[in-house]
Design a protein around this ligand. Sequence first.
Ligand code: FAD
Length: 423
Amino acid sequence: STQEKTPQICVVGSGPAGFYTAQHLLKHPQAHVDIYEKQPVPFGLVRFGVAPDHPEVKNVINTFTQTAHSGRCAFWGNVEVGRDVTVPELQEAYHAVVLSYGAEDHRALEIPGEELPGVCSARAFVGWYNGLPENQELEPDLSCDTAVILGQGNVALDVARILLTPPEHLEELREMIQLPGARPILDPVDFLGLQDKIKEVPRPRKRLTELLLRTATEKPGPAEAARQASASRAWGLRFFRSPQQVLPSPDGRRAAGVRLAVTRLEGVDEATRAVPTGDMEDLPCGLVLSSIGYKSRPVDPSVPFDSKLGVIPNVEGRVMDVPGLYCSGWVKRGPTGVIATTMTDSFLTGQMLLQDLKAGLLPSGPRPGYAAIQALLSSRGVRPVSFSDWEKLDAEEVARGQGTGKPREKLVDPQEMLRLLGH
Ligand code: FAD
């Protein structure tokens, strides 16, 4: 059938999920894959999330670029699905549609004071230091001497490291303990009893826990003690604390601290819960960054969405009850896991789609693919950015960075990008 000869498939989102899904789909010898992206530039969180001091992580861009250079793959940036074109319109034009649009929102703390100036989400802060256009106006107040980060995940550590770092090469927790000019503050009480439990912890976590335990409880050697004594910056991890309220400044106009409920563990194994002891602790600060997770948004009313879990309900990437619609990446699994996790789950979605294609489960007959969408976009005044357009912007960024010894100076204004392309 025609669908088996030249399947027209589109992918929404050009982060790791979009590109890895496309890479797998292109294993089909005739499939054509269009990738739609709302930003004028590709690669999602690899460009706008991964910290600037992790350049090696960004090497995946080379693989994505190879995929984009395939004669059967096209990138269309500057197209927001749900606004410029709807999912049903894509379903009309293609044999199958894969939603890989990530998690563009953040989980709210839902505590009083959260709306005060001086409080922002780690998502917005990361977007700001990584040149994400929508966050360029953030203006975080970095004049204060204390920042509180709520949450202790990878993103929280990225943010802490960036706040503490002179522009040098550093990596996560291990490097933070050695961070030049910075000293760790860990309360040994938080680590009581951990020594006995450590044996049961899975390996990578075990090594990290041992490192924390040593840092918190062992006296540093003379060299490290001298280094810590001369450090002008400090960072700490506080455990058994649950944020209750952002405290306002006396005039009520800014954040001036965070009220934390002290907690303790109750119950055993799976049933262990942190419960409040009744004690409170106030932590003065000038900047509050909430880093308790990203969250996906629904993209189009026609697509099922589980707003509680923040994902598109699916079975192995097949969107529930909607034949021909698939999903991959953070919008499929929720906003956890590294690029490698996203790769595995995207390959799986690609595999399911190709299986369905082979089994004749996708619409038969030819589909117009991009030709139909291009006509729609053009009638709506939307001008897509192609991959070769992106390569021009890339060259411009690299050239602008050269003077200052940076790998690139990012363009952050979409209007300027479109102007440079003559759009
Ligand atoms: P995304 O990368 O978010 O891609 C989604 C894409 O869809 C985006 O380009 C977005 O613009 C686009 N999009 C959204 N809505 C629409 C729409 N309506 N229409 C069209 N396009 C749309 N992993 C590592 O392995 N190493 C790291 O060092 C690392 N650091 C990280 C740091 C941070 C701050 C964060 C948040 C994550 C980090 N990760 C890291 C995890 C990694 O970034 C994710 O696993 C991965 O990016 C998820 O891929 P995705 O394609 O699902 O989502």
